[in-house]
Design a protein. Sequence first.
Length: 686
Amino acid sequence: MGVGALLQAWRARALLTQEELAERAGLSVRTVRRLESDAAARPQGSTLRRLVEALGLGPAQLQELAAAARSRPHGDPPALRPSRGEPPERAGPAVLRQLPAPPPLFTGRAPELTELERAHDPSAVVVATIDGMAGIGKTALALHAAHRLSGAYSDGQLFLDLHGYTQNVEPVQPGEALARLLRALGVPRERIPAHPQDRAALYRSRLAGRKMLVVLDNAVSEAQVRPLLPGTPGAMALVTSRRRLIELDHTLTVSLDVLPQPDAVALFARSAGVGADDAGVAGVVDLCGRLPLALRIAAARLRSRPTWAAGHLLERLRDRQQRLGELDLGELDLGERSVAAALDVSYLQLDPDLQRAYRLCGPLPESAFDVHVAAALVDATVDRAARLLDALVDVNLLQELVPGRFTFHDLVRSHAGAAAAREEPDRPSAFGRMFDYYSHTASVAMDVLFPHERERRPPAPPAGTPIPDLRGADDAAAWLDLELPNLLTAARYAARFCPRNHPVHLSTTLDRYLRARGRDVEAEVLHQQALTVARRNGERAGEADVLTSLGHVSRRQGRTARAADHYGAALTVARSAGNRRAEVDALLGLGRLMDLQGRHEAAVDHIGRALELATDLGLPVDQARAHDGLARVHHALGRREEAQRHWRAALDVLSDLGPDISRDIDVDEELSTAALRARLDAQTTT
C-alpha cells in the first residue's frame, strides 16, 4: 500500500478531514492533498513523523509509512483521484467499517471477552466500559471484542480515538467528536449544526433504527463520552478509559487487571519469538509486572537485539531504578511504546493534591497499606486521605486489594518514586511522619496486648496523625499481624533515610511479639538494623536492649557462643549506660544460657542478681522469670526445697498480677500460672 492510500485510510479511521489533519500536523492542506494523491515528491522524514503524531499513531505506522515512501521512485506517476462522487470527507458509505485491524498477538482475557459478548442485547442500548491502568490492554481488548461482535451489528462500526491520554495531543472535545461521527455517517459539513447539543441530537437520529457498534477509545471523562452514546435499541457503545466512568449508566463495566502468569508468558514469548520455557522468560514477565504494554516493549527490545537472550534482558531489568528506562523503545517512541511516557500522561492529568498524594504514597514498599499510613504521608485527616486514595483508584493508578488495603503496581511504584525524587520536597518529612505513626501505633498495640510489660518497653513517641482504634487484645494482635511486613520495612527504610532512632524503638517494642510468633529470622534482621542505628547515634541504652534481643534469637537457634557474646555485650553496655532494666534482661539471658550449658552455679549467681535488681526496680514479671529460673537450676542441682520455694514465689507474683498475665509471658519460658503449678506439683510428688 502506498503513502497516499495509507494516509487516506488512517485519516478516515480518525474521522479527520484533510484540513483538520493539516492543522494538527502543522502542514499546509495542499501538502496533505498531494501526499494522499501520491502527487508529491518523496516526503521528508519529519513530515511523515508529524502526520503520524497528528493521527495518534505509533512507531510501527511511522515505519510502515517511511517504507512506503522509500519504495516509490521519485518519478512515479501520481495516483488517479476518483472522478465523481463526493470528496472522501463527505462520503457516507452505506455500511461503515471503521474498526482498526484486530491486535495480531492478542492473548488471554477470555472471561472479559465472554462478559462483553453476553452484553449484546438487540432490544436495548448497550454501554460497556473497559477501564484499567496505562498499558493494561484496554484498546486491544476493545478491538478484539469489537471484531468478534461486528457480525451482530450489520449496519456498521464506528471507531473514534478520543485522545484522552495521548501524549502531546489534547482530548477531543465532544462537539468536535460529534462532527467527525456525523461526517462519517454521511452528513455534509455544511449541514452539521453549530451547537454541540444539536449535533448530539442529529447523531442519535442518524443512529436510530440502525444496528451500529460505536467504539470510543481512550476517553478522559464521562462528560466527553455522554453525548456520543447511542439513544435507541440495537446499538452498542464500547468505551475504554483509564478512569472508572462511574457516572455513566452502564450495561457492563470491565475493569482490567494485569494478565495471569500463563497468559503473560504466552504474550511475551509470542511477541519476542522465543520459547515460553526459555531461561529468563518467567523472570522477565515478573519484572514487567505482567503488564501487556511492558511485555510488548520488553519483547520488542529482545527481538531487536539478536545477540541477547531472555536471561540477558532479565539482568537489565533487575535494577528497579533503571527498569522504566529499559521499557522504552527510544527514538521512535511517540508516547505509545514507553511505560514511563504512558504513566506520565496519567500523572500529569491529576490535580495538584492528587499528584502530591501519588508522589508521597507511590514509593511505599511492596506491602499493602491502609488509609492511616496515607494520612501520615500526606499529613491529612483520615477522611481526606480516604478521598485521595479513592480518586487514585478511580484513575487506575492505585489498586484496592481488599476493602481498605491499597497497593501500587510495581512499575507505577517506580514511576511514582521517580516523580517524588524529582519533584517532592516534603518526602523526608513525609517518611518521618510515617515512621512516627508506625512506632506510636506499635507501642499502643503492644501495650494493649501485653500490658504488664509496658514498663519494659520504651515509651511511645508522639504521632501527629490519627491511628486506628485498638481497643482490645484481638484488635491489637490483628493489627500487628497485618502490619508486620510494613513495620519491618519501615525499620529498614528508617535505618537508611531517617537520622532518628525509629529502628531501635521498633526493635525493642516488637521483640516480645516476634518471639511469641516465632519470627526469629525477621527478628534478627530487625535487631541487626537497630544495632547499627543505635551505635551510629550513640544510643547506648537502646544498644543494650537490642543486644539482649539478639542474644535471645541466637539462644533459640542453638548458637550458644554467639548468644553468650550478645548477652555479655548487653550487660557491659547496660551497666555503662545506667540502663538497669536492660541489665536485668541481660542477666536473665546469661543465666538461662548457663543453665542450658550445665553451668548451674554460675546460672544461680546471674539469675540471683537479676532477681535483686528486678525487685528493687519493681518489675514483677522479671521477678517471676527470675524465681522460675532459679527454681529450674535448683531442681537440676537436686535442691528440691529451694526449687519449690522459688516456684511458689513465682506463683505468688503472677497471682498478684491477675489472670491475664499469661499473655505477657514468653512462650519459650512456659511461664504461666498453670505451667508453674504443674512444675511444683511434679516436684512435690517426686
